[in-house]
Design a protein around this ligand. Sequence first.
Ligand code: PRT
Ligand code: ZN
Length: 283
Amino acid sequence: MLRIAIQAKGRLSEDSLELLREAGIQVDDTKRKFLSQSRNFPAELLFLRDDDIPQAVALGVADIGIVGYNEVLEREQDVDVLEKLGFGPCRISLAIPKTEEYTGLEWFNGKRIATSYPNILGKFLKDNGIEAQIFVITGSVEIAPTVGMSDAIFDIVSSGGTLVSNGLKEVEKVVFSEAVVVGNRNLDEDKLKIWEQVKFRIRAVRESRNMKYLLMNVPNDKIEDAIRIIPAMRSPTILPLAQEGWSSMHSVVAEDVLWEKIELLKEIGAEGILVLSVEKMVL
Ligand code: PRT
Ligand code: ZN
């Protein structure tokens, strides 16, 4: 049995549950409890505040956990980052009032910086030889300069909208973060085996999310060109059509280059192009 800690309520909880669900680990989240056992997989979910996940995993209260990399860095617990998950992207940045002229990192010498990430900030300032005062607050960091609590802030930024609406500008991006899987350092063989299974499934889910299945009819003398446009995993599937001189070609293509590929395929005479979602993909 593998115990997986995920955020109970917050920005990462839905994506974490969805990823596990798509990986075939079903839990009854309708009556979300503190601890919920999967109906069909040897795993149980422990719902925690994100701040507590690195410590829970370090202590072995949970075997693995899904949490923002920012929390992993800040909590300085003995855990391993086992896998990056891609969702919850953000950065932790230094921001100052937009009316200030920013002259480089020295600007922060002698200043007071409000943050919920004192460890990451402390290390960054030390590494850069900056002497500033760290003022720890746990919420609404972005209002600190307006109310005179600090000269600057060090906080999570995603779109940047919160900074702008508080009259601040981002001047240094210090850490980039996304949701990651952290693991206890002393997992036994059974648990490691289950984690390997989970990892394999998570990768297949993530791989398939970015992929589309493409079907099209291609004149036989253009098949070589079509293969050059969409090389596929090994090679595309080619099936003869009833109509002489034509074949049906099947392949997968990454979504971010889909339109560009379709245009090239049309140029070489491909017809009846169908694009389908990929449910799961195992490489
Ligand atoms: O209750 P619990 O302690 O579990 O949750 P929490 O309130 O501490 O965390 P939560 O749910 O807000 O965020 C969980 C994780 O999501 C963070 O640790 C990050 O890894 C990640 N994440 C991604 C973010 C953001 N994007 C984000 N934008 N966390 C917070 N924000 C905040 C940001 O600080 C700003 O105030 O959202 C606001 C809007 O950001 P902009 O730049 O888009 O305006
Ligand atoms: Zn938190």
